[in-house]
Design a binder for this molecule. Structure first.
Ligand SMILES: [Zn+2]
Length: 215
């Protein structure tokens, strides 16, 4: 199956500035980064279902008309929304574990891969070919389902894992951070998730360490 155009909605007009730092260059990696500082002081950025919707908005996975629909639906079906959030976090951790193993040159853990495969299969059940001006595109059928983001993210992870870009998935060199990103730089030597977020902090630390040594 050819990769879906997962970022078709990227150019939607934004109503507000993004809340999530989407630095990864790939939506499933950005999604993994929603558990911030996971190896040191984990901070959950997806506390409520509305945070998940916000991620969908920031990343362009959700169309504007879906946002209010999902928020409304989740407020009328709190249990189902909570369950969808739980499953989304479970998917996120399985994507993390698979990529973390690959980044560290280890085989993907079977349990994480099984969870990911389960969600990929679920996503595939909702995938349809839709005519679009003389050609066809992949679309998910029910855009108001509370799990729609789960399907899209599972699909994005599947596409990346089966793509030639896989060797360029990296974790940030800052041990506190270790956010994932796709290194699309020319020489593939990118070390930091973001120069402002981690690169400069490391530079400042090196500068003071050097100064201390020479004084
Ligand atoms: Zn970083």
């Amino acid at each position: 199956m050819p990769p879906m155009q997962a970022h078709e909605n990227k150019n939607i007009s934004r109503r507000r500035s993004p809340r999530f730092d989407l630095i990864a260059g790939n939506v499933c990696l950005d999604f993994v980064n929603t558990l911030d500082d996971r190896h040191t002081k984990p901070k959950e950025l997806l506390e409520h279902y509305s945070d998940l919707v916000r991620f969908g908005e920031d990343s362009g996975l959700l169309e504007p008309k879906q946002l209010s629909r999902l928020i409304k639906l989740s407020s009328c079906a709190l249990d189902r929304a909570e369950q969808a959030l739980h499953r989304a976090r479970e998917l996120r951790e399985s994507i993390h574990d698979v990529f973390w193993a690959l980044v560290n040159k280890r085989p993907a853990p079977a349990e994480a891969l099984a969870t990911l495969n389960r969600d990929i299969q679920l996503a595939a059940e909702h995938l349809r070919l839709v005519p679009a001006g003389g050609h066809f595109v992949w679309r998910f059928d029910d855009l108001s389902d509370l799990n729609t983001l789960l399907w899209q993210i599972a699909r994005s992870a599947a596409d990346l894992l089966a793509s030639e870009q896989l060797p360029f998935v990296r974790a940030c060199s800052s041990k506190e951070c270790e956010w994932f990103f796709l290194d699309t730089s020319k020489n593939h030597h990118r070390r930091w998730c973001d120069m402002k977020r981690c690169g400069n902090r490391a530079k400042v630390r090196r500068f003071y360490a050097k100064k201390k040594k020479s004084s």
